[in-house]
Design a protein around this ligand. Structure first.
Ligand code: BG6
Length: 494
């Protein structure tokens, strides 16, 4: 249920995510009447704003980051009148009494009985510090009020630090107060993977090792790291995209049907997938995991800097901006079916999609006119041009027995398009309603790290290759070699 009153406290209130995503998403919720009646946002950060100077700054972000036609000046003014700012250093314990005082003042202002959601949109290095400081002034304690904490990814830097973080949080909060956010789960099209699989009887009987040959998951972007150099160089593609977003996509594609969509039953199935990831030996990691970093190039008539030349990036950085890997899921359903996953910055396009390749027919009677194998694929396009496409062969009219690739396409436009609220609106709303189904549970974070941690450890060895790839290309050639036989990556055309 929606609380009647609430204060959302944003740590990192002057940061990038707040501007780009959180404030625009809250504005959407406000517009749709989905915020509690008595509501306030308190932005925190080291930048020296006051309420009066913070609001115009956010108004500018709304103008910039809302989709065309969504900004409305008077609505923005109304919404921003509930937004406040406190200048403090979240890393410093002695600043927290100041926070407690300010929250009490806001409580009086909006008649709030101490309902707070804390949103950690800070550098990951503060994820362990903030909850401890909150505890030191008793701000974690519920005493009948609502207290929740949302933590951005990556949750942990490796397995050990994730375990340590879980311990810190569990010392001051119950698991049902913890909302580890992975915004991919807030995407309509990601949730639709479950509808596709479990609301239809057509696909599920085929959805296993008997009929599926391999699965590819690609989430690439045509941007670099923009102004996030400081964060990105400490993070890299594995921690930024793979351990969380791509792992979730694998989980939804591979999971068993949950009995119900609730926080326990859905997340149990996610954890089971992670538990089934087949651990890799060092030698297998060397063969199956390819990391890359973009190098300078001329692309679309423009010069693009190498990653190492970007702002705040050391000239000898070995941080990966690309990762491709092959993994196996050791369970009844998926034994022997390779899952190929990849992500990269500065690739030719921005696309996220899942390609499920079905096994070929046992005997080949037809030839394809455009060469190559019969497609026999189901493509789930997460973004953009959201939709689902079943690709198969149809006979070319006329004499002979030739076939051609054709497709049955569903696009979300047919449903009136996707709601304008983005993933963050959905997840912020779920958090306010107390529904943690689409957030990552502690055991899932842990299991995912157990699988990926050995890769990070091996990468620390000097001789583990880091391949360069020119900005605007599909990554290092070596990434093709992890795909078996005569197959190759399906590069989305748009
Ligand atoms: C974020 C990563 O979690 O996801 C970014 O930190 C990445 O590096 C972004 O660009 C991609 O998300 P989306 O929703 O734009 O695909």
């Amino acid at each position: 249920t929606r609380p009647e009153s609430l204060i959302l406290v944003i740590f990192g209130g002057s940061g990038d995510l707040t501007k780009r995503k959180l404030i625009p998403s809250l504005y959407q919720l406000f517009k749709q009447g989905k915020l509690p009646d008595r509501f306030a946002v308190l932005g925190l950060g080291r930048t020296d704003y006051t309420d009066e100077s913070y609001r115009p700054h956010l108004d500018e972000s709304l103008r910039k980051y809302l989709a065309e036609g969504e900004y409305d000046a008077s609505l923005s003014e109304q919404f921003l009148s509930s937004v406040h700012y406190l200048s403090m250093d979240p890393a410093v314990a002695s600043d927290y009494p100041k926070l407690a005082t300010r929250l009490s003042e806001l409580d009086l202002l909006i008649r709030n009985p101490g309902n707070y959601i804390y949103y950690l949109s800070t550098p990951p290095s503060l994820y362990g510090v903030v909850p401890q400081h909150l505890m030191s002034v008793g701000l974690n304690r519920a005493d009948g009020a609502l207290r929740r904490i949302v933590i951005e990814k990556p949750f942990g830097y490796n397995l050990d630090s994730a375990l340590e973080l879980n311990k810190i949080y569990q010392a001051g909060f119950h698991e049902d107060q913890l909302y580890r956010i992975d915004h991919f789960l807030g995407k309509e099209t990601v949730q639709d993977i479950m509808a596709l699989r479990f609301a239809n009887g057509i696909f599920e009987p085929l959805w296993n090792r008997n009929y599926i040959e391999r699965v590819e998951i690609t989430a690439v972007e045509n941007m670099g790291i923009e102004s996030r150099g400081g964060f990105y160089d400490q993070t890299g593609a594995l921690r930024d995209m793979v351990q969380n977003h791509l792992a979730q996509l694998v989980a939804l594609t591979a999971m068993e049907p949950p009995v119900q969509f609730n926080a326990d039953l859905f997340r149990n199935e996610v954890v089971k997938v992670y538990q089934s990831f087949r651990p890799m030996s060092d030698e297998e990691i060397r063969r199956r995991v390819i990391r890359g970093q973009y190098t300078e190039s001329e692309w679309k008539g423009e010069h693009h800097r190498a990653y190492r030349e970007e702002d705040k990036i050391p000239h000898d950085s070995r941080t990966e901006t690309f990762l491709a890997m092959k993994l196996y899921i050791d369970n009844w359903r998926w034994q022997g079916v390779p899952f190929y996953i990849r992500t990269g910055k500065m690739m030719p396009t921005k696309v996220t999609e899942i390609v499920v390749h079905f096994k070929p027919t046992p005997h080949k009677m037809f030839t394809t006119i455009d060469g190559g194998a019969v497609p026999n694929q189901l493509v789930i396009r997460i973004q953009p041009d959201e939709g689902i496409s079943l690709k198969f062969a149809a006979k070319v009219p006329g004499s002979g027995f030739e076939v051609k690739k054709v497709a049955m396409n569903f696009t979300y436009d047919q449903l009136g398009g996707l709601a304008s609220g983005d993933a963050y609106s959905r997840l912020l709303e779920d958090c306010m309603l107390g529904d943690s189904t689409l957030f990552t549970r502690s055991d899932a974070v842990e299991m995912s790290w157990r699988f990926f941690d050995p890769i990070l450890r091996l990468w620390q060895e000097e001789d583990f290759p880091l391949y360069g790839y020119p900005a605007g290309t599909w990554g290092p050639k070596q990434s093709d070699l992890i795909i078996e036989r005569d197959h190759s990556w399906t590069n989305p055309c748009k």
